[in-house]
Design a protein around this ligand. Sequence first.
Ligand SMILES: CC[C@H](O)CC(=O)C(=O)O
Ligand SMILES: [Mn+2]
Length: 334
Amino acid sequence: MKIPRLTDTTLRDGDHAVSHSYTPEMVRTIVRNLDEAGVPVIEVSHGAGLNGSTIQQGFSVHSEFDLIKVAVETAKQAKIASLFVPGIGTSSELRKAVEIGIRAIRIAVHCTEADVTEQYFRLAKELGIEAVGFLMMSHTQPASVLVEQAKLMESYGADCVYVVDSAGALVQTGVRERVSALKEALSIEVGFHAHNNLGLAIGNTLTALEAGADQIDGTLRGLGAGAGNAPTEVLVAVLNKMNIDTGINLSTLMDVAEEVVALLMKTPIVIDRDNLSSGYAGVYNSFLLHVRNAAEKFGVKASEIMEELGKRHAIAGQEDWILDVAVELAKKKG
Ligand SMILES: CC[C@H](O)CC(=O)C(=O)O
Ligand SMILES: [Mn+2]
């Protein structure tokens, strides 16, 4: 197995889990530790990517550009990256983030919508930064569709394309099929981003590596949307046990996970009924908070809303369906 490149996204995917409340001080501490530990890439932005601070996605307490600036100033070796979702972010935020000093952008779209990414890959390349494609909700499409979409991204200039298990819905066979198909079809790198709804974030990441993945993601303590991500410190510990030397200092990671990130969590990230039903139904993880609010408001179970959203194949951007479903379920109950 090759040595993968690890991107820590505590300060991006984890942003969903702290209700977008990161402060410059928290960013400084987390980046300093990740950087000292030797993590090569650190992603920083609103959980929904650049310009995600909106009524629909949730307002950030601090400007993400201020947070990115702190990250860039703090990191000595790590590359600072941001996430970009076309339609939420625009070229002007991408340009601004590059001016501040990000050196990689991860361009995320629903896994059948790669054609909307062309102008952003081209812009990233024109601005001289690394550009990574993120095929979100990859469990919803077979490997053949993901290959077509990934090839489009490759043709636009992507340096890597990720299979993104946004709902934590994939089991190991699904990961293997998708990652190996992309590896076979592309000349660029392939990545895998896990969520833990079925308890498989670490296992699926290892399967992705066996299938040839070049890049993987983690978050400290698994802090991320829904049931969270593969915990960075656990990933490094497991890779060490497998004699895959990432060169990352485990002890520093364990300390920052325990002494800093664990304290930011309002409640520990666990696979509870809501998270499990979200993964089981294949519902996008960042729906969780909205689903819980709607469940409380209309007196129905969050897991029932998840089940119905899964049946309707809801994807990111269709958050308004949550209320419709909650109202319908409440009416049925009488
Ligand atoms: C809105 C972007 C999204 O949270 C990206 C991601 O991490 C995922 O789909 O899992
Ligand atoms: Mn994610």
